[in-house]
Design a binder for this molecule. Structure first.
Ligand code: HEC
Length: 157
């Protein structure tokens, strides 16, 4: 059977579309490379506060009362936020309402980590959640587009 040029065109377009669609989804918990890169970033930069197993700090009394790092596992609140919201939190760190850094809060990692490392650490955090929770949270990530930037699916920031 001869391939119809129209069909080939449609096929080509479908591939292009698939690649483009994927490019807008920087977080992929099925990508083992990304997840293990994220684990490294996590253990080096985040575990001291959020806990090696994502359950929060071993010694919460070490932190100011109003700045106790939250747990990031499935029992934490993080899954109520979109990937973009988490990206903003990690990039900017703790900010007050005026967008100023909060003393003794979470540091801004936007200066120390590449975007790809931030997406990877989000991928690692999410990979520790049960699949059902990942699916639920993925509904907050329509294309990871800038539409999430302000609300992050959750009001604040
Ligand atoms: C010095 C301690 C500290 C370090 C280091 C730190 N965090 Fe945080 N993190 C906090 C605190 C405190 C909060 C609470 C929110 C706030 O104050 O802005 C927070 C909040 C968060 C949240 C939002 C969670 C939620 O329930 O909404 C995420 C996601 C997060 N951190 C990820 C990370 C990642 C990833 C790293 C490493 C790259 C990291 N944090 C490093 C202290 C820390």
């Amino acid at each position: 059977m001869r391939k119809s040029p129209i069909l080939s065109l449609a096929f080509g377009a479908a591939i292009l579309f698939a690649v483009a669609a994927n490019a807008t989804h920087p977080v992929d918990t099925g990508n083992h490379r990304q997840v293990s890169a994220g684990k490294k970033v996590y253990l080096e930069n985040c575990a001291e506060c959020h806990g090696e197993t994502l359950r929060g700090p071993v010694n919460p009394a070490k932190f100011p009362r109003n700045l106790i790092p939250p747990r990031l596992d499935e029992r934490g609140h993080g899954s109520h936020h979109s990937d973009q919201y988490m990206f903003n939190q990690i990039s900017a760190g703790s900010e007050d309402k005026g967008g100023k850094p909060v003393k003794d809060g979470m540091p801004a990692f936007g200066f120390r980590l590449h975007d790809a490392q931030i997406w990877a650490v989000i991928s690692y955090i999410k990979s520790r959640w049960p699949a059902s929770l990942q699916r639920k949270q993925n509904a907050l990530n329509p294309g990871h587009g800038p539409e999430n930037k302000k609300t992050g699916g959750h009001g604040r920031k």
